[in-house]
Design a binder for this molecule. Structure first.
Ligand SMILES: NC(=O)c1ccc[n+]([C@@H]2O[C@H](COP(=O)([O-])OP(=O)(O)OC[C@H]3O[C@@H](n4cnc5c(N)ncnc54)[C@H](OP(=O)(O)O)[C@@H]3O)[C@@H](O)[C@H]2O)c1
Length: 353
């Protein structure tokens, strides 16, 4: 199979650089273009990037040139685009790439609430990728836009997916979010060291809406997703960890549930990316812990190369139709680049790109 050519928009930042290890030697995609702001255009990648990962920049990518956005669009010689631009910047650029026939897999928050734009976690809602075809016929594009959820949404939606069949009525969520989620310059060290910040602007609204959209069902005749008919209430907090968002979830079901049934649902949970044996698919996608001291951010964020979510401490909450649990996912891998690379792998295998 010939590889699809790929570009990254915003590869020098915190989220964008996470694509580099995934794409350095990817069996389906070949990185051809890196595009960022005028600050970086004309430099080599290694000179432009604020690299903060433990492993060095992949040696075959370190000297790639970074070009301006205008130049990247003018060349328009790639099949797919990964975007990690700030939302306001992405709003202007992403549709231009989609119009020119490229499918944009994007980390940026813009367009997530548009009815024909899929917000994808491949194991949870892969049928929503069919919205790409609806987008094309509605907007007259050859390409399209696929969105990553907010990084806090990811742990919750992956933890809730195996439980959907029990009839979720209400979810309350309290997050403890790592500083990397705010970007490299996001939270000053003097503000976060020795501290917990009880407010993250705009976060709760995103987490509440996106979970209901991702856990909802695609209605192809309407060309949109019917939101999960449940109440979702989030309280989001920034804590002093670097990577890995951990969340306490309180879930109410239509009927009584047995903890052992829920355990089995996690242990048996698998999905299309695993069945297709996609290169970035973790096996299993959700790791279940019985040890009440797990999952822990430091010990468990890198499970499945950072692609597996984990859950633990599943217990009843006062009565048998309510439970509590802890969920964890790596915010800059599963909550960003890794999730989008997996979505692109799936879209390719399903003939959507
Ligand atoms: N951090 C996370 O964990 C995370 C997780 C999921 C999603 N996201 C989303 O990913 C996006 C990027 O976040 P980040 O944390 O990586 O931010 P960041 O570290 O500030 O990086 C921003 C990137 O966008 C580029 N950029 C900025 N302004 C530009 C412009 N006018 N034209 C072209 N390129 C421009 C920057 O290039 P220069 O280096 O040239 O300035 C850099 O590559 C945001 O939409 C964010 O919400 C972040």
């Amino acid at each position: 199979m010939a590889k699809l050519s790929a570009a990254i928009l915003g590869p020098t930042g915190m989220a964008g650089q996470q694509f580099m290890p995934f794409l350095a030697e990817h069996p389906y995609f070949e990185l051809k273009i890196l595009a960022a702001s005028e600050r970086s255009a004309g430099k080599s990648y290694k000179d432009a990037a604020k690299w903060y990962q433990e492993k060095p920049i992949p040696s075959n990518l370190a000297d790639m040139p970074v070009v301006s956005m205008e130049e990247a669009l003018k060349k328009a010689e790639v099949d797919i685009v990964f975007s990690a631009l700030p939302s306001k910047v992405a709003e202007g650029w992403e549709p231009k790439f989609a119009e020119k026939g490229m499918t944009v897999f994007s980390d940026a928050g813009c367009f997530r609430d548009e009815p024909d734009v899929p917000v994808i976690i491949p194991e949870v809602n892969y049928p929503h990728l069919k919205l790409l075809k609806i987008q094309q016929s509605k907007r007259g594009w050859q390409g399209g836009i696929v969105k990553n959820p907010n990084c806090t949404t990811v742990a919750a939606a992956m933890a809730l997916a195996p439980l959907r069949k029990y009839g979720i009525k209400r979810v309350n969520l309290a997050s403890m979010q790592a500083v990397s989620g705010a970007g490299y310059d996001g939270v000053p060290s003097m503000a976060i060291l020795d501290n917990v910040i009880p407010y993250i602007e705009g976060e709760e609204e995103k987490v509440e809406y996106e979970n209901l959209k991702i856990l909802g069902e695609l209605d192809e005749s309407k060309g949109e997703v019917n939101l999960l008919p449940a109440v979702f209430s989030a309280s989001c907090h920034r804590v002093c960890t670097i990577n890995g968002h951990i969340e306490a979830l309180f879930v109410e079901f239509e009927n009584d549930v047995e903890i052992e049934d829920l355990r089995q649902s996690y242990l048996n949970f698998t999905s299309r990316p695993q069945e297709l044996d996609l290169p970035t698919a973790p096996k299993p996608p959700v790791v279940l812990f019985d040890d009440p001291y797990r999952p822990q951010v430091k010990l468990d964020r890198n499970l499945g190369n950072g692609m597996a979510a984990s859950v633990g401490r599943i217990r009843h909450d006062k009565d048998k139709h309510r439970i509590k649990l802890i969920a964890l996912a790596h915010n800059t891998v599963r909550g960003a680049a890794g999730n989008l690379v997996l979505a692109a792998e799936l879209a390719l295998k399903d003939g959507l790109i």
